[in-house]
Design a protein around this ligand. Structure first.
Ligand SMILES: NC(=O)c1ccc[n+]([C@@H]2O[C@H](COP(=O)([O-])OP(=O)(O)OC[C@H]3O[C@@H](n4cnc5c(N)ncnc54)[C@H](OP(=O)(O)O)[C@@H]3O)[C@@H](O)[C@H]2O)c1
Length: 352
């Protein structure tokens, strides 16, 4: 029998994408969807593309759900998730609320006190490629941010193998849906169209999440300089709807990979081994483009070496609303509920 699932805040981009993906899930029945300003409307009135659902948007989640997703903004999300988790309902939180393990760091980056600091210890960071067993065993998953997901999947094999120095540069580009559905001047077509801009240069909120996770896997390496990662992360807004492309740079540690032209195949081998059993990460033969993952749950990773500077360069692409949000959340639910990990997610990208 299908489990009864609730989506808190179906009316944002991430919530709507969850509803779209869950429609194709054979073990799930979506029984309750919530939204604030659209409460009382039929879901099809808000989102004509979700006409498959005959449901009304409710102000609060119905009482009898077996599993819940929250796609609320931060702070509101932890407040909504906490009573469910305390009542034993498994939850995937797509917001940032349970990603940072330290409540003081959360306050520093997100402002205000954490709404449920007592639950931080129970939360597992929802990146199956790093934390699969923990995800299976928990009732509260903190779904990764879309930028961190792309950066961590690009860097994890190199970090775990101990082949890069701690100074890392992550240059990321995101489509406008990454900023959500709310009206903002910089997202208007006339502002964002035919233009590219950098933002968050003095410290984007995803930076502490990236550093936390890189530090957690950082091996002791005999390299000069700091023994923990020092990350420069620069996000850019680009005029497309979906997709993130991250290019990550770090110096190779002398002696840890062969010099010269042999470095590239050696690095590639490390990446292929790391991801050989992963259903949603593929090490590709040529630099990928965001369109290759549009609408599906894949992350494509292209590692190479700039032999002139002895620097690792890794490009990763994913769809911020799928592997970067709703698809990742469903993958996590599959693990938490003991369903096949790829259920409802094993679809090709939309092309062109
Ligand atoms: N977009 C992405 O690519 C992406 C990726 C990964 C994670 N996320 C995370 O997913 C969550 C949702 O993001 P999104 O992009 O889907 O946002 P969104 O499209 O902007 O939707 C957020 C909606 O939440 C409602 N809302 C705002 N404050 C609220 C509150 N206090 N209580 C109840 N409803 C409230 C607003 O709707 P009304 O004003 O109409 O009520 C707003 O339109 C965020 O935590 C975000 O960080 C997003």
């Amino acid at each position: 029998m299908a489990i009864k699932v609730g989506i808190i805040n179906v009316t944002g981009y991430a919530g709507a994408e969850l509803a779209r993906i869950l429609w194709g899930h054979p073990e799930v029945e979506v029984v309750s969807v919530t939204g604030r300003s659209e409460a009382g409307k039929k879901l099809v009135e808000v989102f004509p593309h979700l006409a498959c659902y005959d449901m009304t948007v409710e102000p609060e989640l119905g009482p009898s759900v077996d599993f819940a997703f929250s796609a609320l903004p931060h702070a509101a999300s932890a407040e909504a998730c906490a009573p469910l988790v305390r009542a034993g309902v498994p939850v995937v939180d797509i917001s940032a609320d349970f990603r940072l393990r330290d409540a003081a760091e959360y306050s520093e980056w997100y402002g205000g006190e954490h709404p449920a600091p007592d639950l931080l210890e129970a939360a597992v960071y929802g990146l199956p490629e790093l934390y699969r067993e923990g995800i299976k065993a928990t009732k509260l998953v903190a779904n990764p941010g879309c930028y961190p997901e792309s950066a961590l999947l690009a860097l994890a094999p190199a970090v775990e193998a101990g082949i890069i120095a701690p100074e890392i540069i992550i240059d990321s580009k995101s489509g406008v849906s990454g900023a959500g559905r709310g009206l903002k001047l910089n997202l208007h077509l006339g502002e964002a169209g035919e233009s590219v801009s950098a933002y968050g240069l003095e410290g984007h909120r995803h930076l502490p999440e990236i550093v936390q996770e890189l530090a957690a896997m950082w091996p002791p390496i005999e390299a000069p300089g700091p023994s923990k990662p020092k990350v420069t992360f620069t996000p850019h807004l680009i005029p497309m709807t979906r997709g993130i492309l991250s290019t990550c740079y770090a110096a190779l540690v002398a002696g840890h990979v062969p010099a010269g032209g042999a470095a590239k195949p050696a690095v590639r081998e490390i990446y292929e081994q790391f991801y050989k059993d992963e259903p949603f990460v593929r090490v590709v033969e040529a630099p990928p483009s965001t369109k290759q993952t549009r609408g599906n749950n894949m992350c494509l990773v292209y590692p190479t070496v700039d032999v002139r500077t002895e620097r690792l360069v890794v490009v990763s692409v994913l769809d911020n609303l799928v592997k970067g949000a709703a698809g990742q959340a469903v993958q996590n639910m599959n693990l938490m509920m003991g369903f096949p990990e790829t259920m409802a997610l094993d679809t090709p990208a939309v092309y062109p």
